[in-house]
Design a binder for this molecule. Structure first.
Ligand SMILES: NC(=O)c1ccc[n+]([C@@H]2O[C@H](COP(=O)([O-])OP(=O)(O)OC[C@H]3O[C@@H](n4cnc5c(N)ncnc54)[C@H](OP(=O)(O)O)[C@@H]3O)[C@@H](O)[C@H]2O)c1
Length: 277
C-alpha cells in the first residue's frame, strides 16, 4: 500500500511530475524489444496506459500482459509493418480510437551497414519508409489531435548518426538527419501549443539493432549505454521540457563536434570509425 493511501508512492509521484503520464495513453512504435520495450516499461512504471506497436504480435502480447500485471495499467497491441504504404495511418486509427493518445514515441527504426551500392536498394528504401515516412505520418496524425486538445508529446528517435554524413551507414544517417531536422522545425512550429516535441539521439546501445544492421557494439567502444539508460535520459528531458537529448557525455560531445567540423572532414572521420563492423 502507498504512503498516503492514494495508490502512488512518493517516488512514483516524483517521476510523474513534469510531463504528466498517469492514466493517459501512449503509443510506442517498435515496442517489441530494445529501446522501445524500455520506453514501454518505463512509461508503465509512471502509470501510463500503453498501445504497443511492431510486427511481432506475440512478443507485444506477452509484453502487454506483463505490463498490466506488474504495473496495473492497461495495454493494447497493434501489430503492423509500418514500412508498408498506408500502415501508419491504419495503426494510428486502431491505436487512438476511443483513447486519445497523449504521448507518441516514434521509435521503430533500423539501420544497415555496408557500401551504398552493395546494400539491396529495396532494404534501403524500406529503411526510409520506416525511419522517415512512418515517423512523419504518425507525427502528423498525432499533432492534429494533440494541438486540438492543447496538450501532448511526441518523442522521435534520432541518432548521433544524424549530426554528420556516415559512410557505410549512408542512408541510415540520412534518415536520422531527417528525423532531427523535422523535429527541430516542429519544436518551433509548436511553441506555446502545449505539445512537447523531443528528439532523442542515442549513441551505441546494445539491442536487436546491431544484428539487423549487420554490425556490433565493440569492446571498449565509447558512448555505449544500456537501453534503460537511454530511456531514462529521454524521459528526464521530456519532463524538463527539453527539445533534444543525446544521452551520455561522449555522445553529447560527438553531436557537438559533428556539427562544428566541415561535413567533408566529419565524413572522413566517420568513415574511419565505421569501416569496421
Ligand atoms: N541501438 C542503437 O545503437 C541505436 C542507436 C541510435 C539510434 N537508435 C534508434 O533507436 C530506435 C530503436 O532501435 P533499437 O536499438 O531498440 O532496435 P531494435 O532492438 O532492433 O528494435 C527495433 C524495433 O522496431 C520494430 N520494427 C522494426 N521494423 C519494423 C517495421 N517495419 N514496422 C514496425 N516495427 C518495426 C522492431 O519490432 P519487430 O521486429 O517486431 O517489428 C523492434 O520493436 C531506432 O529508431 C534506432 O534507429 C538505436
Amino acid at each position: 500500500m502507498s504512503e498516503d493511501g492514494s495508490g502512488s508512492t512518493a517516488a512514483a509521484r516524483a517521476k510523474e511530475s513534469g510531463f504528466g503520464y498517469r492514466g493517459k495513453w501512449a503509443l510506442v512504435t517498435g515496442a517489441s524489444m530494445g529501446i522501445g520495450e524500455g520506453f514501454a516499461r518505463a512509461l508503465a512504471g509512471r502509470g501510463m496506459n500503453l498501445v504497443l506497436c511492431a510486427r511481432s504480435a506475440d512478443r507485444l502480447a506477452a509484453l502487454a500482459r506483463a505490463l498490466e500485471t506488474e504495473h496495473g495499467v492497461r495495454a493494447a497491441v497493434v501489430a503492423a509493418d509500418l514500412a508498408q504504404p498506408g500502415a501508419p495511418a491504419r495503426a494510428w486509427e486502431e491505436a487512438s480510437r476511443g483513447r486519445g493518445i497523449h504521448l507518441l514515441v516514434n521509435n521503430a527504426g533500423f539501420g544497415l551497414h555496408g557500401r551504398f551500392e552493395e546494400l539491396p536498394v529495396d532494404r534501403q528504401a524500406a529503411m526510409v519508409a520506416l525511419n522517415c515516412t512512418a515517423l512523419l505520418e504518425l507525427a502528423h496524425l498525432a499533432l492534429g489531435e494533440m494541438r486540438g486538445r492543447g496538450s501532448g508529446g511526441i518523442v522521435n528517435l534520432g541518432s548521433v548518426a544524424a549530426f554528420q554524413p556516415v559512410p557505410m551507414k549512408a542512408v541510415y544517417a540520412a534518415t536520422k538527419a531527417f528525423v532531427l531536422s523535422l523535429s527541430q522545425a516542429l519544436v518551433e512550429e509548436n511553441r506555446g501549443s502545449g505539445v512537447r516535441i523531443l528528439c532523442v539521439s542515442p549513441g551505441p546501445t546494445p539491442t536487436g539493432f546491431q544484428a539487423v544492421a549487420g554490425t556490433r557494439v565493440r569492446q571498449g567502444q565509447v558512448g555505449v549505454l544500456r537501453a534503460e539508460e537511454v530511456v531514462d535520459a529521454a524521459l528526464a528531458a521530456l519532463d524538463a521540457g527539453k527539445t533534444h537529448v543525446a544521452p551520455g557525455l561522449a555522445n553529447r560531445l560527438s553531436t557537438v563536434f559533428g556539427r562544428m567540423l566541415p561535413a567533408a572532414v566529419a565524413a572522413r572521420i566517420a568513415r574511419r570509425v565505421n569501416e569496421q563492423r
